[in-house]
Design a protein around this ligand. Structure first.
Ligand SMILES: [Zn+2]
Length: 417
């Protein structure tokens, strides 16, 4: 207890710096979209790091890359540790990379300590988490959540997706065959940067993720009547934008008052006909809202749509509501949450429970195996940006908590002293 096992901080920080050179952008960030030439280079680099670390590199049909530390019993279940190597366009050095490289470092540390665990450990880098082509592509494939129809509508284009797959030596058939047998898995753990400022603002070392938010999206179309902006008296107008504007202010106030830590956003607004001298006849608004609890998300939906209806009525408008899509909230595994908290306590690290308001590979993995996530602070909450920074001390502390969570789950906490 006095001297718990620690990862090799210099080696991990060196790996993060080396990987950040692949796809380094002029702005000081990293441009490594999934299956781009830079991503292919990063994948080759990770395979080589796996080999020089003394592990057998593995790859499944979805291009998910692995480093494996076998257990004493060849039939032992696998505890997966990972994240992703791809980035958003001109993103940062830590989003994804941290989780993959810390996973590899945990495997190296456990092997060097001579610990033989009752679980097989696998560090895994999932393909295209960020959705250059298909969001969470690799983890969805591994979880058996990928359908043939999903491959027909990539965010990029069918041609760009096909070219990316060819570059990585992947095929649609391979993607659809990468499902892991849930019975072979003991769980999944992902270390990630917070991408928000809650840990930094509260001075907390580790965020223990309880759930990943659900998301719902709607088009709201307010329809009134276009009118001369000078001659139509204000009291007689049916200005569609007035209804939309009233709704936006009230929706924000309602979420702040009744649905925290939920969020709402109106990211697109367009009015027609669209001129200085015409009162808008129609206003179209993109509404998205998020909450980690599905029951609350239902309440939010009812409350926000009722506010939109009331704002329309007040201004003599018609309202049309069109659902655009939704992502279910994903509660993470209670056993994993508890194990992460025990590990943080053991290392004397402060921790707090929080929800993730961004999507992660853990969403896919939770569908087939108990999954947990831990966050380390992001300076200023900046992410998906070249200015993404997590201090070295927090990186090392997060990796050590990941290590001790693994030892705890493997029933080897005492041997990690
Ligand atoms: Zn990420």
């Amino acid at each position: 207890m006095s001297n718990p096992l620690h990862i090799n901080a210099g080696r991990l920080l060196g790996d993060i710096a080396d990987l950040a050179r692949i796809g380094a952008s002029d702005s000081g960030g990293v441009h490594r979209p999934a299956l781009s030439p830079a991503d292919i280079e990063a994948r080759a680099w990770f395979r080589e790091r796996t080999r020089t670390g003394g592990f057998r590199p593995g790859e499944d049909g979805a291009g998910n890359l692995s480093a494996v530390l076998p257990a004493a019993d060849p039939s032992a279940r696998t505890l997966l540790l990972g994240s992703h190597l791809d980035t958003v366009p001109d993103g940062g050095r830590f989003d994804g990379a941290l989780g993959v490289l810390a996973a590899l470092e945990v495997l190296r540390t456990i092997r060097e300590a001579g610990l033989i665990l009752p679980v097989r450990l696998e560090a895994i880098a999932f393909t295209d988490e960020e959705g250059t082509h298909i969001s969470l592509l690799g983890s969805k494939a591994a979880a058996g959540l990928l359908a043939e129809a999903d491959l027909e509508h990539p965010h990029s284009s069918r041609e760009a997706f096909a070219a990316g797959l060819a570059r990585a030596g992947l095929t649609p058939e391979g993607l659809l065959s990468a499902r892991r047998d849930p019975a072979s898995l003991a769980g999944y753990l992902e270390l990630h940067i917070e991408q928000g400022a809650r840990l930094e603002q509260s001075g907390t070392d580790i965020g223990v993720v309880t759930a990943i938010v659900g998301i719902r999206s709607f088009w709201l179309t307010f329809t009134g009547e276009a009118a001369h902006a000078g001659t139509m008296p204000l009291p007689d107008r049916r200005d569609a934008l007035w209804g939309a504007a009233a709704f936006i202010g009230r929706a924000r106030a309602a979420v702040l008052a009744d649905f925290m830590p939920g969020t709402m956003n109106c990211g697109i607004i367009s009015v027609t006909p669209g001129a200085f001298n015409i009162a808008p006849g129609q206003a179209r608004l993109a509404l998205e809202f998020r909450h980690p609890d599905t029951a609350v998300l239902e309440e939010m939906e009812a409350a926000l749509l009722a506010l939109a209806g009331a704002a329309a009525e007040e201004h003599g408008l018609q309202l049309a509501v069109t659902p655009v899509g939704s992502v279910a909230a994903t509660p993470l595994a209670a056993d994993m949450i508890a194990a992460i908290e025990r590990a943080a306590d053991r290392l004397g690290r402060s921790h707090m429970r929080l929800a993730s308001f961004a999507g992660h590979d853990a969403m896919s993995m939770q569908a087939i195996t108990p999954s947990g996530m831990l966050f380390v602070p992001s300076v200023g909450g900046i992410s998906h940006n070249p200015g993404e920074v997590t201090p070295d001390a927090d990186i090392v502390s997060g990796a050590n908590v990941l290590l001790h969570t693994v030892l705890d789950l493997a029933g080897a906490a005492d041997r990690g002293s």
